[in-house]
Design a protein around this ligand. Structure first.
Ligand code: NAD
Length: 517
């Protein structure tokens, strides 16, 4: 392990317009006062410095946001899809122009390395391009009617204001997976970013508002509210919001599902994962090691798709372990804005404590930490929240192995028979992402089959993290069942209407029913 020192220059904040940005506002366009209201402070996990205070959206301001959103919906829903796509295209251009600065803000406020922060902005650009195409493809089917002179078809209409709740670890990309698609579908969006990364929300809001203003469109098409879960609850309880897309912990998803379900609203739930990679005896080990290291320690283990469990065939277990220890030793831990860093800090002190607690429990259950797991001290490390990623040996039945600890802990486990590997893989309550490394066709096809991995995303010879926006993203079981981004995920943001047109002169009834009067 080697270290780097903090040397962050903050000129990117100025270039994002954050300097003269009104932190009290909820839409990015207009101040509504309320500056004496409650505040959340944004701190960088790099060295604990305060970046800014952000006003929490009050109930009164929330009402203003929702009425602006509802008003804007009247205009937006009637614009042709491709014209909405054009607005999203322009947002993509703004993002291209500010990719580096926004990527740096993501890195500075959340702690992921700049490469990954910029990658997040690239995802926003990619989904904008995808959504532009989708804006011309909101296809409905035409069915053959059983009645003479009837046309039967379906069409898709926008839902209304869509609520988007996001987690701290992807402070901008998850917003765009939802918002760009919802927008071309004709919905308006109300976004509450994580209370741990509110400035990322404000910066993005600032960019999208520029596009709306340039096109003389109502600011209520894209709305922002800031604050903690109480502000989130304004949205989940609000019958005026027909769909809530919620990304976060399983606990949060359970609460959101209950609240929104009790008013029969719709949800898209994108919750915690406990993802595994299986390394077979027939794996290309060079590929498997590289993919595992990125999946396990990338974003300091704070991705929903982070690899937390490694299920390795007996015959290669020791070799894989030694090679991983070597790789872990060479990972540079420090300031995420320093380009030599591979692992940045954890988000806060609480995350460090959770990691220590999990490692303690692992040892109590009979597992071992074979490398890392220390809390780093000295210099920048004393002010931020830095740890060495932990590589551990464990057994599939351990309670701690079944939990998602949001930190860089990788549990290595042995298997001898491929069916056993699948059984271990599926023996957790979460079901987001999985990877199998093998050059054996039968194993690969079995893993992808109905008796294989039970995850929403399942890869062969690729790791668990780093999904592309073109596919539908999401997971099964406690991960919540939601799907976002590509493929046909757009359908969740619209209401389907089935239509019949009788263009004849008779009134035939379906099922041949006679009902003459
Ligand atoms: P979190 O659950 O603490 O908070 C997520 C968001 O939900 C925040 O904006 C928070 O204010 C809000 N919130 C919390 N409780 C709420 C409630 N009862 N009602 C309304 N809003 C509420 O999650 P976090 O710590 O920010 O993020 C880490 C978690 O998110 C991990 O479990 C990770 O796996 C998960 N995650 C999942 C995905 C995915 O796509 N599956 C993506 C990113 C993160």
């Amino acid at each position: 392990m080697s270290t780097t020192q903090a040397k962050t220059s903050l000129d990117f904040l100025e270039r994002l317009g954050i300097e003269d940005f009104n932190f009290g506002t909820s839409t990015g366009q207009e101040s509504w006062g309320d500056r004496d209201g409650e505040i959340i402070s944004s701190h960088t996990p790099i060295n604990g410095d305060k970046i800014a205070d952000v006003t929490v959206t009050s109930r009164e301001d929330y009402e203003k946001v929702i009425s602006k959103a509802r008003e804007a919906f009247k205009t937006w829903r009637m614009m042709p899809g491709p014209e909405r796509g054009e607005i999203v295209r322009q947002i993509g251009l703004e993002l291209r122009e500010h990719k580096e600065d926004l990527g740096k803000l993501v890195s500075y406020e959340m702690g992921k390395i700049f490469e990954e922060g910029a990658g997040e902005v690239q995802e926003m650009i990619d989904i904008s391009d995808f959504a532009l195409g989708q804006s011309r493809m909101l296809y409905g089917k035409t069915m053959t009617s059983e009645r003479e002179h009837h046309r039967l078809f379906e069409q898709w209409h926008p839902l209304g204001p869509v609520g988007v709740l996001t987690a701290f670890n992807f402070p901008v990309a998850v917003y765009s997976w939802n918002t760009m698609i919802a927008a071309v579908c004709g919905d308006v969006v109300i976004w509450k970013p994580s209370e741990k990364a509110p400035l990322c929300g404000l910066a993005v809001q600032h960019l999208v508002q520029r596009v709306l203003k340039r096109n003389n469109l109502p600011e209520g098409i894209f709305n922002l509210v800031t604050g903690d879960r109480q502000v989130g609850e304004f949205m989940t309880k609000d019958r005026r919001i027909p769909l809530i897309s919620a990304t976060g912990s399983v606990r949060m998803g359970q609460e959101v599902a209950k609240t929104v379900g009790s008013r029969l609203g719709r949800t898209i739930l994108e919750l915690g994962g406990n993802n595994a990679i299986v390394i077979s005896k027939d794996a290309d080990l060079d590929m498997a090691i590289r993919a595992t290291v990125f999946a396990a320690i990338g974003t300091a283990g704070q991705r929903c798709t982070t690899c937390r469990r490694l299920i390795v065939h007996d015959s290669v277990f020791d070799q894989v372990k030694e090679r991983l220890i070597k790789a872990y030793k060479s990972a540079t831990i420090g300031d995420p804005l320093d380009e030599s860093t591979l692992v940045g800090p954890l988000i806060d002190e609480q995350a460090v404590k959770q990691m220590q607690k999990a490692l303690g429990q692992l040892q109590q259950e009979g597992g071992k930490v074979v490398y890392g797991g220390e809390v780093l001290e000295g210099g920048i490390y004393d002010e931020g929240h830095y740890v060495t990623p932990a590589l551990c040996t464990a057994k599939p039945g351990f309670e701690i192995v079944k939990e998602e600890t949001f930190a860089p802990i990788l549990y290595m486990m042995r298997y001898s028979d491929f069916d056993e590997a699948i059984e271990y893989h599926n023996d957790v309550t979460q079901g987001l992402s999985s990877g199998l490394f093998t050059l054996n066709l039968r194993e690969a096809e079995t893993f992808l089959s109905a008796r294989g991995a039970d995850t929403g995303i399942c890869n062969i010879n690729a790791g668990t993290s780093g999904a592309e926006i073109g596919g539908a993203f999401g997971g099964e079981k406690d991960t919540g069942g939601g799907r976002e981004a590509g493929s046909d995920a757009w359908k969740a943001y619209m209401r389907r209407q089935t239509n019949a047109i009788n263009w004849g002169t008779d009134m035939p009834l379906a099922q041949g029913i006679e009902f003459d009067i």
